[in-house]
Design a protein around this ligand. Structure first.
Ligand SMILES: Cc1cc2nc3c(=O)[nH]c(=O)nc-3n(C[C@H](O)[C@H](O)[C@H](O)COP(=O)(O)OP(=O)(O)OC[C@H]3O[C@@H](n4cnc5c(N)ncnc54)[C@H](O)[C@@H]3O)c2cc1C
Length: 319
């Protein structure tokens, strides 16, 4: 099977989930291709090739500096046709998901989003993805190619090495002329880590009482080098931006450690974080449902516990 990994970059640096997608594709065997678009894709392509990216198709253009749905999908679609690709895999980040669905529509083909496993199945591939908030695990076998997959971050380890070669692609300039020109991207708040890529997430819920206490939990996150997340209750209340929301209608995250502060554990929140390897819950109600899935539960007042933990982490980690 001929597979294509869509590697993504931000600020000219490769998104780590790109290497996880390479590892997933390596696990099913077959011919591996990787595509990278950037203002200067050459150094990124070299890195991808040294880490198992197979034939790495590098597209360099000022129009590829920032992600743009129409430009990226037009260019990648042309390469899929040129290389006869049967399976396309991108990280299930905001951009990866947007890209995969657009590509599937452009090719009149099928897709599976937020996939958690790939397995070789004869000449085909068996794709596993959770549905209905994780209560059903669906197995999908593509009926026809090319088939499109977005892969949930933090499921597969990053590919560290393997064979690869760089191929500099020159694409039709018409494909690089998008309808929208992205001139600048600004990080929402400096010093915060992207939720999808984070190994550690500290999330706040309505237990923090008011917007003036958001900083309390952000300080804890910062002291641990963690990303900051939130329940929908405090997003809807306007205390924190939607980008931080974890759950059914927010982000699905899969960190090594998830700390839920003043979050009750409603099912719509749990479906977004229940696959975290270790879950720590801080809640003053010993019967809060979050304790049913927590690896460690701390029953107590967050206004006492959180500053004490922050102080301890600052002292230990020096952040
Ligand atoms: C269609 C739909 C989609 C939804 N999508 C999402 C989603 O994506 N993400 C999401 O999170 N929710 C989602 N929800 C909402 C969800 O049902 C809950 O309402 C929400 O998760 C509750 O947020 P919370 O746990 O912060 O608040 P609450 O349920 O009010 O819980 C607050 C918790 O804080 C504790 N607490 C209070 N004071 C303290 C203190 N001093 N110290 C320690 N603990 C304290 C309380 O004991 C309580 O357990 C969705 C709902 C619907 C209907």
């Amino acid at each position: 099977m001929k597979s294509l990994v869509v590697a993504l970059q931000k600020d000219g640096k490769l998104v780590s989930a790109s290497f996880e997608a390479i590892e997933a594709v390596k696990s099913i065997g077959g011919e591996v291709h990787t595509v990278i678009l950037a203002a200067d894709a050459a150094p990124l392509a070299t890195e991808l090739a040294s880490r198992g990216g197979g034939k790495v198709l590098a597209v360099s253009s000022p129009s590829a500096r920032f992600f743009a749905d129409d430009v990226y999908s037009a260019v990648i679609s042309s390469l899929i046709k040129k290389q006869g690709i049967e399976l396309v895999i991108a990280p299930a980040t905001f951009y990866g998901k947007a890209l995969v669905s657009r590509l599937a529509a452009l090719h009149g083909s099928g897709m599976a989003s937020d996939v958690t496993a790939l397995a070789a199945d004869g000449d085909s591939v068996k794709i596993t993805r959770p549905s209905f908030g994780g209560s059903v695990i669906a197995q999908v076998v593509p009926a026809k190619g090319p088939f499109f997959v977005s892969l949930r971050p933090k499921i597969y380890p990053e590919s560290k090495n393997g064979a690869g070669e760089v191929i500099h692609e020159s694409v039709d300039p018409a494909l690089l002329a998008g309808k929208v020109v992205v001139k600048e991207m600004k990080q929402e708040s400096a010093g915060t880590t992207n939720l999808a890529e984070a190994d550690v997430i500290v999330s706040a819920g309505r237990g923090i009482k008011g917007p003036e206490n958001v900083q309390l939990v952000k300080d804890l996150a910062q002291s641990m080098g963690a990303a900051f997340g939130a329940s929908r209750a405090i997003v809807d209340a306007g205390w924190v931006p939607y980008a931080t929301q974890v759950g059914q209608t927010g982000r699905t995250v899969n960190p090594k450690l998830y700390i839920a502060v003043g979050i009750s554990g409603a099912i719509q929140h749990l479906v977004g974080m229940q696959t975290a390897r270790t879950i720590v819950a801080i809640n003053k109600d010993k019967d809060a449902p979050i304790f049913n899935i927590a690896s460690y539960g701390i029953v107590g007042d967050l206004f006492e516990l959180v500053p004490a933990l922050t102080k301890k982490f600052k002292a230990e980690l020096g952040r």
